[in-house]
Design a protein around this ligand. Sequence first.
Ligand SMILES: [Zn+2]
Ligand SMILES: [Zn+2]
Length: 278
Amino acid sequence: MITDSHVHTLHFSGDGRMTADEMMKAAVMRGLESIVVTEHYDDDFPHDMEGPMIFDLDDYFSAFSGWSESAPKGLDLRLGIELGYQVHLPLRYAELVTQIPFDSVILSNHLFDGKDPYFFRECYDKSKTSLHEEYIISLAEMVEHSDYFDILGHFDYIVRYSPLADPVMRYRDCPEAFDRLFSALIRGGKSLEINTRTIQKLRRAGVCDTESFPDPEILKRYRELGGYRITLGSDAHESGSIASLFEETTQYLISVGFEYNSSFLRRKEILTPLRTKL
Ligand SMILES: [Zn+2]
Ligand SMILES: [Zn+2]
């Protein structure tokens, strides 16, 4: 089974609902050989939250070291983080990723016009194409200004809370913006995450199974421009979602021309063939 490179626990992610122990047990049950804990770190998060959106890195590293010691035999537990981007944060994050020995760093944008669509849905008053175009441009700008990460998190985050009957993001919504984003990713040697939580959310919203995968035109264009790095991540917040939909998503990725899954160990890429891991 492919590495799950995106998982949250309740110890450091405010919205996590599993303990590290539950996460590791579930990973073994799912047949995973490796899993990356990527707690949320959203510095200067603009909304009032019950708990803090950041944590002490040394506390995280010492907790992680304890989890590693108690990890089931044969499970490769890796240290990651999911950084929440804002334009003033690159210098801070570039310094942060050097403070403890991370294996893998995800960079995500959870905000649209300074607000998380999870809390504020007014962004969906815009036309779908402007919404998608503006969000993808914001990701392109983010990648252009950041070199401290390995994986671009959920490029389709903006569709998750869409009230539309057809919330699916398509290449034709904003081809130039996608091209700009993919060029920046490829230039920087970064990986594009395929986030199965988004696929799951679309299915729950009534999108049919085949349409719920990222638009094949988006992925084909990424391939065409020279992008071959993709990273599967479940974005699980509870143990039942670990590696969710990995089998069918892997088949789908093979069908649109991808050969490898990129995961990261001590910030170095490991390419795992998609075919032999089924
Ligand atoms: Zn996220
Ligand atoms: Zn996440």
